[in-house]
Design a protein around this ligand. Structure first.
Ligand SMILES: *Cc1c(COP(=O)(O)O)cnc(C)c1O
Length: 358
């Protein structure tokens, strides 16, 4: 079976040489030298400051909310991985949804303001499939209502917006380095924090709220990345340019082959892309199901990202039906973009649609 994401394993000898170093030093976790080296190299590679590696993307988001002392309601998107909403609820905040734009699949800035109430403390948008949000408009709304902005940038490794790293926008940006992501550390993530004092505070939160041995200054969590994960990241980072070039080729191939048959995501003109996902939106749920079945019958496993629309999960209060998100969620498929199956996948999609549409 060919899956949507395939873990990228770097050169084994290189990884072993890092493991040898870990065996020599005996330092396996607790802000070790490899984590520190990875943080420095990521800051250089991405052109950002105040980057902090943490245990995973979900904890990265939770640390961001703790750091900014959010309260009450948080406006977010129903069309993202469940962890964006789950992290909000886990911190005892109330997720309030605002619908997405039918073409970009990101929060529709024109709808955000109507979700603001006296209890709103932040906006948590996601750059879906690496497509940059309407950052300037979101910033303007946040400024007007005195809200914090935390971007879930998990799909946007290496993306730039108006010439700057996308991670430098918002009060905090969080990015997952899970094994299925474009750049990964097996499990892991990073926070990029605008304010220098908050960056120092985030280090304390990541370390159980302990600011020095035998001293506790605030509520914290165990958010640490370990040395084996950092070693994986250092190896994968050496190869990201190659991975990006391959993905871009596949992305362009799909776009060219499928453009007459399916709706494609429209990407922000002010931003670059990560080419990490290729989504197709079919005309109906029936068409989507037919394409999905045809692919599965040939051992290719697409994913219905992101289903369910998160306004339907059991732990959120229903205020308003997110019609656009539910509609897109019912018709979308993300197809593999990492291997040599692209011509086969495109062919099956086209043949299935020709049969159905006559
Ligand atoms: C992967 C992902 C996460 C969660 O990251 P983990 O490292 O798996 O906890 C959060 N948001 C989005 C959009 C993701 O794709």
């Amino acid at each position: 079976m060919v899956f949507v994401s395939k873990i990228y394993l770097p050169d084994k000898e290189k990884y072993k040489s890092y493991i040898d170093k870990i065996y020599e030093s005996g330092w396996v976790t607790n802000n070790g030298p490899l984590v520190q080296e990875l943080e420095k190299r990521l800051e250089e590679h991405l052109g950002v400051k105040n980057l902090l590696c943490v245990a995973n993307g979900t904890i990265a988001l939770q640390i961001a909310y703790m750091l900014l002392e959010l309260e009450g309601e948080v406006i977010t998107t129903p069309f993202t991985f469940v962890s964006t909403t789950g992290s909000i609820a886990a911190e005892k905040l109330t997720p309030v949804f605002s619908d997405i734009d039918a073409k970009s699949y990101n929060l529709d800035p024109a709808k955000i303001e109507s979700a603001v109430t006296g209890k709103t403390s932040a906006i948590v948008p996601c750059h879906v499939f690496g497509n940059a949000c309407e950052i300037d408009e979101i910033d303007e709304i946040a400024h007007k209502h005195n809200l914090k902005v935390i971007y879930d940038a998990s799909h946007a490794f290496g993306v730039t917006y108006k010439g700057k790293s996308i991670l430098s926008y918002g009060d905090v940006s969080a990015i997952s380095f899970h094994g299925t992501k474009f750049f990964h550390t097996v499990e892991g993530a990073a926070l990029v924090i605008k304010d220098d004092a908050l960056y120092e505070k985030a280090k304390v939160i990541r370390n159980y709220g302990s600011d020095a041995p035998d001293s506790v200054s605030m509520v914290g969590i165990n958010g640490k990345m370990n040395e084996l994960e950092a070693a994986m990241g250092l190896c994968v980072l050496d190869e990201v340019d190659t991975i990006l070039a391959q993905r871009r080729n596949s992305h362009e191939y799909y776009a060219e082959q499928l453009k007459d048959y399916i709706q494609m995501q429209s990407f922000n003109k002010d931003a670059s892309q990560s080419y990490s996902y290729f989504s197709i939106v079919l005309r109906s749920e029936e068409e989507m199901a037919a394409v999905r079945a045809a692919l599965i019958a040939q051992d290719i496993s697409p994913r219905q990202y992101f289903k369910p629309s998160l306004d339907t999960v059991p732990y959120v209060e229903e205020r308003q039906v997110m019609e656009v998100a539910r509609d897109i969620a019912s018709r979308i498929l993300v197809i593999p973009i990492h291997s040599d199956v692209e011509p086969t996948v495109a062919k099956i999609v086209i043949e299935t649609l020709q049969k159905m549409r006559g």
